[in-house]
Design a protein around this ligand. Sequence first.
Ligand SMILES: Cc1cc2nc3c(=O)[nH]c(=O)nc-3n(C[C@H](O)[C@H](O)[C@H](O)COP(=O)(O)OP(=O)(O)OC[C@H]3O[C@@H](n4cnc5c(N)ncnc54)[C@H](O)[C@@H]3O)c2cc1C
Ligand code: SF4
Length: 334
Amino acid sequence: MEMFKFTRASDVPQAVQLGARSTTAQQGAEVRFVAGGTTLLDLMKLDVERPTQVVDINRLPLDKVERLPDGGLKIGALVRNADLAHHPLVKSEYAVLSQALLSGASAQLRNMATTGGNLLQRTRCMYFRNDAMPCNKREPGTGCSAIEGDNRTLAILGASKDCIATNPSDMNVALTALEAVIHIQGAKGERDVRISEFFLVPGSTPHRETVLEPGDLITYVTLPAPKAGSKQVYLKLRDRASYEFALASAAIVAEVSNGKFSYVRVALGGVGTKPWRSLEAEKALIGQPVAETSFRKSAEAALHGAHPQSENGFKIELAKRCITHALTLATQTT
Ligand SMILES: Cc1cc2nc3c(=O)[nH]c(=O)nc-3n(C[C@H](O)[C@H](O)[C@H](O)COP(=O)(O)OP(=O)(O)OC[C@H]3O[C@@H](n4cnc5c(N)ncnc54)[C@H](O)[C@@H]3O)c2cc1C
Ligand code: SF4
């Protein structure tokens, strides 16, 4: 395996050109960027990822968190998860993001993991991580071992007959509720992609997880200016209190005026094949009073289209309770 290292802003085009030698930016890419390495090296040890060339991007100057002139926030792709979670502007204005980051992994992992790497972390489906088992995501056309296998932790929203894997990230759920934009430097130039359009549902091509093309380097993520006085919560439900992925999670960003919801964003984790924004939950809340009956109706609407597998039907009620409780917590905060 060949290793390349880049250090200056002027090296970015060269890094991109190297990445663009790959035939894909998805599963099976021959060239991979490495940031914190907490996903990539893990999967290389398991023989799930087998790049022939690895491009170390850690020294590129993409590690700043900056206020934008319009009041929004610019987050470099190499900002470590721990630094982002504890950044004063994130803690005070984007609390849902800070909470989501701190609920993920462990302190040691958060010190290494980066914004770009977290966006692109891979599913924890046990069959994906075991190259002795059929898996359409790892090897297209081989079948899905999870559909009739161990699927307790897998998706109930956005699944297909070819793949039911969940997107495991907590950060991505908060970024979805905050309507983040992903900035990409590609072989053909720069482009911006809204997070709602960045991730793909599996359909018949589960090995394609995002809209990224060969050579595409995530350079930074932007957040719109914070809603003044918005109420924000990330609630994560899991099998144990730390160092565990979500069975169900909810990110809420809401504004209340005269006791009614005037603005709300609801995103779910642990239940969808991608970070799941629930427009149905939001529609059910707008103009409604801040009350348990509104929360419950919103939760029912969010899970209306859920399709459970043999072992994960419990997630429907769990996710409903997660949304209801997250809304309760969000609207209790001052
Ligand atoms: C034991 C364990 C527990 C965990 N628990 C949680 C949890 O509870 N919640 C949670 O959300 N996460 C959890 N994680 C996942 C962790 O958050 C991710 O592994 C981490 O965020 C990935 O970031 P990284 O910088 O290390 O990525 P890397 O491993 O460096 O990269 C990941 C992928 O992204 C690509 N990449 C990286 N940066 C860029 C870029 N700028 N542009 C284009 N491509 C890029 C790489 O090529 C690679 O394909 C856990 C991980 C472990 C190992
Ligand atoms: S759910 Fe997806 S990742 Fe898991 S075995 Fe099936 S195809 Fe592979």
